[in-house]
Every structure is written in C-alpha cells, then in structure tokens.
Design a protein around this ligand. Structure first.
Ligand code: ADP
Ligand code: MG
Length: 308
C-alpha cells in the first residue's frame, strides 16, 4: 500500500513547483493575508510555506496527511458551488508520502500551536509549539524515497523559475495578499498588499488598459498592454489560474500576439468544471462555443455574436 500511494502521489506531485502550488492554495484557502515561501536548491532540498491564515484545529493537525482529509466539502452538492482551490484532500497526503514533512499550525482560537513530523507518510511525532496564528509547512528532500522521480527533477534554476512564475500567478489574482519569496536565503520577490491594477503593473512594470465587460452569464476583466516585444497571457477562471492551450490561443488571436494580458473570467460555478484533471490547470466550459463567443464579443467590444 505504501508503494501504491507513492506512485499515486507521483501523479499529483511531479516537481517542487507542484508542491508549492498545493501549499499556496492551502494558505489562500485559509484566508491568509501574508504568505512566505522559502526554498533551497530549487525546492529539491527544502520548500517552506508560512501563512497567517486561520490555522488547523489541534485535533486535526495529524489528520491532514490522511488520504481524502479535507475540511472544504461536506457533500456532493458543495462541488457545484465550491470556491476554494482544494477539495480532494489529496495534496498533503501525496506530499507526505514522498518527502520528509513537518507541519506546524496554530488555530486562530488557540493559544499555542502543534507541530507534527511525517516521514514517508507516517506521523512520527506531535508536540506543542509556540507560534503566531497560522500554518507553516516544511517539505524536505522531495522524492527521497522515489529515486526514479528524483532523477527526473530539473536543474535547480529551472525549478526555481517555475516556482517564481507560479507565485507571480497567484499574486496576480490575490493582490490583497502579501507575498514573499526567498530562494537560497535570498529575497527574490516581495509584494506588499495592493489592489488589482497596481499589483499587475508592479509585476509587469508598465501601464495597462482595462477592459471590463459583462455579457449574459460572463463577467470579464482584461488588463491589456499592446505592442510589447514578448506577448504574455495570464488567464484566470473564477480566480483560478488556468493554462488551456486552445483558450489561450483564442485569446491571443483576439487581442494580438504582441500583447501582455491578464484576463479574469468569471462564470457561475456550475458553468465550469475544474474536475477534468486533478493536476493540469484545465477547466471545461459547460457551454464552450457560447462562452468563447461571449468572451470575444466582450474583448473586441462589439455586441454582435460571432460565428465559429
Ligand atoms: P484540500 O486542500 O483538497 O482540502 P489538502 O491535502 O491540501 O486537501 O489539505 C488537507 C486539509 O488540511 C485542508 O482541507 C485543510 O483543512 C487543512 N490545511 C492544509 N493546509 C492548511 C493551511 N495552510 N491552513 C489551514 N488549514 C490547512
Ligand atoms: Mg489543498
């Protein structure tokens, strides 16, 4: 069974960036307003994510690494209205089975925190710890027990770049949250709490035009900067970063390839399914053609429906 969960984990967690993504999402789900990320060796040796969110209840601290442990959904119905990033209760379980993990957390109603140590999926200790409200997760020696995976990790600077990209992306869609990133004890990114436009302009260094439109069930905010030498598109659906090739291609065609754009698409939760692939950042529109047509109409500023 341990081998099986290590293999299963490998499908969700393939690289340090995948770990950072899950830990960032957990911190954001916990309503953190400040998130610090530290890595060493591109996350291969150490990944630490510290947040000031609501924390984990003392009774739950050692349960969060169990398979399917989630506090985010109670019924099937919740899936239809879900706004949190996580809901499968898979991430910490997966990370725990392929690393040396330490979780410290102080629940907002408690005077002290608890710290657990997990090795190869097993909780080996639980002790009290004085700490501020929030959670700190430390992941060491990723894939120490899965040599085949470890061998395929990229070079340190490649992994570090992927992590930075990821943090920037979550920072774009959570401008009110402070983000800090240290790599090998050096500060790489420091973003004070801000607002949407300012955060975008700070991250890209330039002025953006805002297109804000509503079309039927679709709401759109697109920050656009044209005629740049390197086009760059960041797309978020209901605040979740997505990397859907056809959607991005469609947006590039609509706005022009030499454009920097940060596009927030908001749809009623039941109109979009994030459940297609547990790890790939993909979503499926309930009414794809209709949605794309509304998108284009909103972006080019014409009321007319467009044929495909
Ligand atoms: P999911 O996010 O899908 O629920 P995870 O394995 O990522 O599953 O996390 C399991 C549970 O641990 C979460 O549902 C949450 O209750 C708790 N948890 C994890 N990280 C944090 C955090 N940073 N702050 C508060 N609670 C957390
Ligand atoms: Mg999660």
């Amino acid at each position: 069974p341990e081998v099986r969960s290590r293999i299963a984990a490998g499908e969700v967690i393939e690289s340090p960036a995948d770990v950072v993504k899950e830990l960032l999402e957990n911190a954001l789900d916990a309503n953190a307003t400040k998130i610090e990320v530290e890595t060493s060796k591109g996350g291969k040796r150490l990944i630490l994510v510290r947040d000031n969110g609501i924390g984990i209840h003392p009774e739950d601290v050692d349960k969060v690494v169990l398979e399917g442990a989630t506090s985010k959904i109670e019924s099937e119905k919740d899936l239809l209205t879900l706004t949190s990033y996580g809901f499968r209760g898979e991430a910490l379980h997966s990370i725990a089975s392929v690393s040396r993990l330490r979780i410290s957390s102080r629940f907002f109603q408690e005077k002290e925190g608890y710290e657990i140590e997990v090795e190869g999926g097993k909780v080996v200790s639980k002790v009290k710890r004085g700490m501020p409200v929030g959670t700190e997760v430390e992941v060491r020696d990723l894939f120490f027990n899965v040599p085949a995976r470890r061998k395929f990790l990229r070079r340190e600077d490649t992994e570090r770049r992927k992590i930075l990209q990821l943090i920037r992306e979550y920072a774009l869609v959570n401008p009110e949250v402070e983000f800090l990133f240290f790599s090998n004890a050096r500060e790489v990114l420091s973003l004070k709490p801000s607002e949407e436009r300012k955060r975008i302009e700070e991250l890209f260094g330039g002025k953006f035009e805002l297109i804000r439109e509503e079309r039927e069930f679709l709401k759109l905010r697109a920050y656009v900067r044209r005629n740049v030498s390197h086009g760059e598109f960041h797309v978020f659906i209901n605040s979740k970063p997505v990397s859907m090739r056809t959607l991005k291609e469609f947006l590039k065609k609509t706005l022009g390839y030499r454009t920097q754009a940060v596009i927030f698409i908001d749809l009623p939760p039941f109109m979009v399914d994030f459940n297609v692939h547990p790890k790939k950042k993909e979503a499926k529109f309930l009414k794809e053609r209709k949605t794309l047509s509304l998108l284009r109409s909103a972006l080019v500023g014409r009321g007319a429906e467009i044929e495909f």
